[in-house]
Write a protein that binds this ligand. Sequence first.
Ligand SMILES: Nc1ncnc2c1ncn2[C@@H]1O[C@H](COP(=O)(O)OP(=O)(O)OP(=O)(O)O)[C@@H](O)[C@H]1O
Length: 284
Amino acid sequence: MEESHCIQVNGMQFSYDYKTPLFFDFNLNISAGSRCLLVGANGSGKTTLLRILAGKHMVGGRDVVKVLNFSAFHDTNLVCNGDLAYLGESWSKAVGSAGELPLQGDFSAEHMIFGVEGVDPIRREKLIELLDIDLQWRMHKVSDGQRRRVQICMGLLHPYKVLLLDEVTVDLDVVARMDLLEFFREECEKRGATIVYATHIFDGLETWATDLVYVQEGVLKRSEKLSEVKELKDLPNLLSVVESWLRSQTKIEKNPINPTPQIKKSSPFDTSPFRSSRHMAYYR
Ligand SMILES: Nc1ncnc2c1ncn2[C@@H]1O[C@H](COP(=O)(O)OP(=O)(O)OP(=O)(O)O)[C@@H](O)[C@H]1O
C-alpha cells in the first residue's frame, strides 16, 4: 500500500448475478484524512461500492479491496474493532459481533445508544448533544429524522478511522446536517479519519469535501482533489458540475456513437445480451 492511501481498490470485478458486471477492472485510491464525495446517477454503483469497501461483499482475493492495509472482506477485525464504520440506509445497525440490531420497536433511544459497549462517555455525550437526541424517545413512535439521528449516533460512537456514509443525512433538518458535517470535518482534521460520503445533496459540500469521485455505471470517471476540478472554475457550484456530468452521461446513453460492443475474450462474464450501455463500456 502506498502510505497515504488508506483505501485501495485494485482491478476489482463485481457482479450481482455472475453474468452482468457492475464493476469490471475497477481501480480507486483514497488518501488518508480525506473527505471524499462519491457521486453518480441513480444505479451507478455508489451503494454497492460502499458496501464492498465495508466488507459486505466478497470480491476476489485479499489484495483487491484494501482498507487501512487490510482486506475489507477477509479481515473482519476491521469492523469488529471499530476502525471501519459503515452507515447506510437501513434502519438497523451492525454492532460488532452482535449482528444487526433493529432500530424500530418499543424501546428507548437511551436503550439503543447505551447498549453499545466500550464507548467513551464524553464522545457519547457529545454525539447525543450534537444530534439533539432525547434519550426518552420511543423508537417506534419517533419520526424518520429522529430515528435517523439515533442511527447516526450509534454508528459514530466508536472513533472509526474510516467512515463510509451512504446518504445518511437525507432525513435530517438543515441544522442537524450542517452540525454533523462540521463534526465530520473535525474528525478528519483532528484525528486523521477518512470519510467517503455518497450523496445527491450538495448543499454546503464545496467547502467541506477535499476529494471527488464520480462513478458512471460502474466505471470510475473522475477521481481528483476538489480544488483540481476544472469545471468548478466555470460553473457556479458543485451541484452544477455534477448536474453537467450526469446530463452529458444521459446524452451519450441516448445517442451512443458506437453501439456495437467488442468483446474481450478474457472476460469472465457472460457478455450476452448487453442490457445497457454500461455493459458495453467494459469491452470497448
Ligand atoms: N441486491 C442487488 N441485487 C441485484 N442487483 C442489485 C442489487 N443492489 C443493487 N443492484 C443493482 O446494481 C446497480 C447499482 O446499484 P447501487 O445501489 O449500487 O447504485 P447507486 O449508485 O447507489 O444508486 P442510488 O443513487 O439510486 O442510490 C443497479 O443497477 C442496481 O439495480
